[in-house]
Write a protein that binds this ligand. Structure first.
Ligand code: PLP
Length: 281
């Protein structure tokens, strides 16, 4: 096996250093593409059908034909996973509108670019799970199609950097007084033993881990209620959680530099996190 990771580019498997796309690729020029990140535990993709359904939804949302059916995507992911020397992986795949003369209008008769790579799955550290994580808050200034998993991520990049600048993990956002999500995670809160999550409308990404967290919350015996969450409800909540494919669920214990929710992961988090760990493989 090559020392360099093997990636997939338009049907070929090659070392990452040899994978090249044109400077005219619309992914490069416009961020005109969509992507998925699929966690793989023990070489088995977690909730693969959900990721493929969301990929289709994102492609439909940007009016780009899906280059592969679900069986083909599964085979491609399996083939990439098999080429990596580690068992728990994070598979990244992206589809762009392909290579064409620069013009905003969709090009005709152009093949999409398909790129896939896989890295070791960066699961949360025991310290992050046991002590919780820090977030900062900001007004959500992204576009109105946050439900599409597009490669145009500048809004999210700028939000994430606010967290990095403050030595925090994430930036939790509010739009018009309502909780939306974080720069690369969904956000839910716990009030009076009930988990509250914002609806999956056009202002948040429909997270696969959000759905997993809902299932594991209910499996742990708690209610998971989907409804708008106000800033006051979020900031005064008993617990706040982040969810994403690589964070699984993490408790927020520092917010804007101050201890949040007693500064320790709460009891509902602990139960749901344990249920998640037992059920994720
Ligand atoms: C903006 C945003 N929201 C939510 C999520 C969580 O989605 P998932 O649980 O599918 O990883 C992500 C994932 O990276 C994200 O980028």
């Amino acid at each position: 096996m090559s020392a360099e990771p093997i990636v997939h580019l338009n049907g070929e498997y090659l070392p990452i250093g040899q994978a090249k796309v044109s400077v005219l690729d619309r992914g490069f020029i416009y961020g005109d593409g969509v992507y998925e990140v699929i966690p793989v535990y023990g070489r088995k993709p977690f909730r693969m059908p959900h990721h493929l359904a969301r990929l289709q939804r994102s492609l439909d949302g940007i009016r780009l034909a899906n280059p592969h059916d679900d069986a083909q995507w599964s085979a491609l992911v399996d083939a990439l996973v098999a080429r990596q020397p580690f068992d728990d992986q994070s598979v990244y795949l992206q589809v762009t509108r392909g290579v064409a003369k620069r013009d905003h209008a969709f090009p005709l008769g152009v093949a999409p670019t398909v790129f896939m790579m896989s890295s070791p799955l960066p699961t949360p550290t025991p310290e992050q799970v046991e002590r919780g994580v820090a977030v900062v808050t900001a007004e959500d200034n992204r576009w109105h199609r946050c439900d599409l998993k597009t490669t145009s991520l500048l809004g999210n990049v700028l939000m994430r950097q606010l967290a990095v600048d403050a030595d925090a993990l994430e930036t939790v956002m509010f739009r018009d007084g309502l909780l939306t999500e974080a720069s690369a995670s969904n956000v839910m809160v716990v009030r009076n033993g009930i988990v509250l999550a914002p609806p999956k409308d056009n202002f948040i990404l429909p997270g696969i881990t959000y759905d997993a967290a809902a299932d594991f919350t209910r499996a742990a015996g708690f209610a998971f209620e989907i409804r708008p969450v106000t800033r006051a409800e979020a900031l005064g909540a008993d617990e706040m959680w982040l969810s994403s494919s690589t964070k699984e669920v993490l408790a927020v214990t520092t917010l804007d530099g101050r201890p949040f929710a007693g500064g320790r992961p709460g009891p509902v988090f602990k139960r749901v996190h344990a249920t998640f760990q037992a059920g994720k493989r």
